[in-house]
Design a protein around this ligand. Structure first.
Ligand code: AMP
Ligand code: ZN
Length: 126
């Protein structure tokens, strides 16, 4: 069975900060975990609430996603929306964003969606 194996390039990367957090080798403030996704408080928050939702699997960025990732993405965005409701952010609104590559502002090469809330956001981003 090849279906149960990760796609090429998706094995845990020992040099990847978020793979090490997923593995528990580096501590992080976890606010959610399920079979596919974990969520951690950002270490340098840019808003009163700033949480990162990331797949357990090493995926370099959203540019690597395929239709096979649909269930994981549903779990990821669903967990983020549930968290926003629990934190009381849903009525006022909040932002979810994922950065891709250097000009996109990505600094950690493991897919993650930022959930930012608790203040008004400007548009477009800087
Ligand atoms: P990005 O720049 O979009 O790749 O986002 C990476 C995010 O990871 C930044 O907002 C960092 O503050 C955050 N970050 C870096 N190291 C850690 C860590 N050890 N625990 C939690 N968040 C982190
Ligand atoms: Zn990784």
């Amino acid at each position: 069975m090849t279906e149960s194996r990760p796609a090429a390039g998706r094995e845990p990367d020992p040099t990847c900060l978020f793979c090490r957090i997923v593995a528990g080798d580096i501590a992080a403030a976890r606010v959610h975990e399920d079979d596919a996704v974990i969520a951690i408080r950002d270490i340098a928050p840019r808003a009163p609430t700033h949480v990162l939702f990331l797949p357990r699997e090493h995926i370099a960025s959203a540019a690597e996603l395929t239709t096979a990732d649909g269930p994981m993405l549903g779990a990821l965005f669903g967990a983020a929306a549930d968290f926003a409701r629990r934190e009381g952010l849903a009525d006022a609104g909040y932002r979810m964003v994922t950065n891709i590559g250097q000009w996109g502002g990505q600094t950690v090469g493991h897919l993650h969606v930022h959930l930012l809330g608790g203040r008004s956001m400007s548009w477009p981003p800087g």
